[in-house]
Design a protein around this ligand. Structure first.
Ligand SMILES: Cc1cc2nc3c(=O)[nH]c(=O)nc-3n(C[C@H](O)[C@H](O)[C@H](O)COP(=O)(O)O)c2cc1C
Length: 213
């Protein structure tokens, strides 16, 4: 055990030299950032939502398409609409969360390309006739934006509890009734309660994940 701990410390010391981000920010965004399963009733404010967005909007996306669309559930009425679409195991904690972000891919993101990728006038039409490629692009880039959103929430000093345990079709229809959006991930957010954490699960090591050629 102590050998393992020493090796971890040595590895951490070595990797620190290669990182520019200060250690407090590393801990906040990565090492000490946990998936929260319980929250206090402290509200998530409009100012926090705007500040998070102003960071997350810089996420890179394919052809700068920015397909992510977000609904924030905070009112009791919206929460009542949300809960029936969730897996049973996700309901109680979501009912008690101060805010839940529904992160969806806009399957018609290509309509914005003249604005977001103006130097390539053919971009919109390229996707217009390719529904399959459009859905694939929307889900991949919006998925990347979801990852940025989790980090953005943490940067605001809040905890995030991402979930995919829901009926994606009915949930998407409930909050995006045009039928052109697909909810990818729901994220409970707020200040974590004392009993928010499950045990930290092991991560795969570098050598199992990365091949450097
Ligand atoms: C895309 C995604 C979907 C998840 N879905 C659920 C879920 O439906 N219910 C749940 O309780 N946890 C869910 N989780 C939480 C994961 O189990 C958790 O993030 C992971 O075990 C790492 O935990 P840690 O951040 O505390 O180390 C999900 C996480 C992600 C990123």
């Amino acid at each position: 055990m102590s050998v393992q701990l020493n090796m971890t410390t040595i590895a951490d010391d070595l990797t620190q030299d290669a990182l520019l981000l200060d250690q407090r920010a590393q801990d906040l965004l990565f090492r000490e950032a946990r998936t929260a399963n319980a929250f206090t009733d402290e509200p998530v404010t409009d100012e926090q939502l705007a500040a998070i967005f102003e960071l997350v909007k810089w996420a890179p996306t394919a052809m700068n398409a920015q397909p992510l669309r977000v609904v924030i559930v905070r009112s009791a009425e919206a929460r009542e609409r949300l809960l029936p679409h969730l897996a049973e195991g996700n309901r109680a904690k979501t009912a008690a969360a101060p805010a839940t972000a529904l992160l969806a891919a806009d399957l018609d993101f290509h309509d914005e390309l003249p604005r977001t990728f103006p130097h390539f006038p053919g971009a919109r039409d390229m996707f217009a006739g390719d529904e399959e490629g459009r859905v694939r692009t929307a889900e991949l880039s919006a998925g990347l934006q979801v990852g940025y959103a989790i980090i953005g929430i943490r940067a605001a000093g809040l905890a995030a509890g991402p979930m995919t345990g829901f009926d994606a079709e009915s949930l998407s229809r409930e909050f995006f009734p045009d039928g052109r959006h697909r909810v990818l991930v729901a994220i409970n957010m707020g200040q974590p309660a004392e009993d928010a954490w499950r045990d930290r699960l092991p991560r795969l090591p570098f050598e199992d994940v990365v091949t450097a050629l």
